[in-house]
Design a protein around this ligand. Sequence first.
Ligand code: MRU
Length: 367
Amino acid sequence: MTSNKKLKMALESIKYKRGHLEILDQLLIPDSHEFIPVNDTSDAWRAIKQMQVRGAPAIAIVGCLSLAIELHNKEFDNKQSLVDHICKQLEYLVTSRPTAVNMKEATHRFSALAQALKDDKNYSKDDVKQLMIEELELMLEDDIATNKAIGKNGAEHILGSSSDQPVCILTHCNTGSLATAGYGTALGVVRRLHELDKLNHAFCTETRPYNQGSRLTAYELVYETIPATLICDSMVSMVMKNKGISAVVVGADRVVKNGDTANKIGTYQLAICAKYHNIPFYVACPVTTFDPNMKTGEEIHIEERPHHEMTRVKGVSLAPDGINCYNPAFDVTPAELITGGIITEYGVFLPDELYNCLMMIDKTKHE
Ligand code: MRU
């Protein structure tokens, strides 16, 4: 099938060329569109912690690119000190936000690569440094290709169950160009449906506690002229009942071995509402978001954000001083509620097929 829509270029949120990294400051959206420099891993750690950049894939990409910048600018005495620095800074970046697994996955992968290159007698210290920079840089282009495959697989699967009729999609939080290197995961599925002229309408949520749907996803949808409506999270049941939602598609911060999925707070209640209304519920993510080391969602560490993020917006009080607050940034959707499937770059899998699917992918990679 060919694309019918002439699309505006997707929003760019990470600008990188060797030795130079800038990110779009997502705290300023939608009021202004400003890039800030990231000169080293400390800058990246702070930007991730303060949520100037966020979204599981973007956290890992900015973390890894900041390390590429640091390696480019720094001299090392020998291979050992270079590799020690790489491993230490990767572990440090993981501590910025605990729930999304992508930075942790990248840390395992790049630490192992750095050790292997160090042990290879054919490579000098400068070769190892150069090769590591090149590998870290690949995160950017690999992510866009992965997202496009997720968009394609998700759109085909959803259209398969709608007899190819245009669909209405409800999505939560922000999973688009702002949360990835570009295109997006769940929002990539919406984008692909729009490209195919098969998107009737998109509805977006997460109007609290961080307004990622209203500030960021709505911004992307308006920017790209995709037909969309913002609703408050408390309107979901009514919209599911009355507005002909064909599927819910959300992103993920961590999918564990049994398919339980951590994503932005509010995802769990969306899945419950979808089940009640017989609407298929999909999770869209790259396989780097899988964490087979955790058996169930019970093991996932859920980040709690500061109370002032709930009680104040841009300096305006929304609640009285002295009130107790509970502000978890994520919740866990049980696998049984992921009724549509998990959309990956390799295809769409039901939660109970996940582990076999990972083994298969791993085997294919090593053949
Ligand atoms: O707190 P955030 O904005 O980092 O939460 C983001 C989400 O929950 C996204 O859905 C998830 O990271 C997937 S991004 C492609």
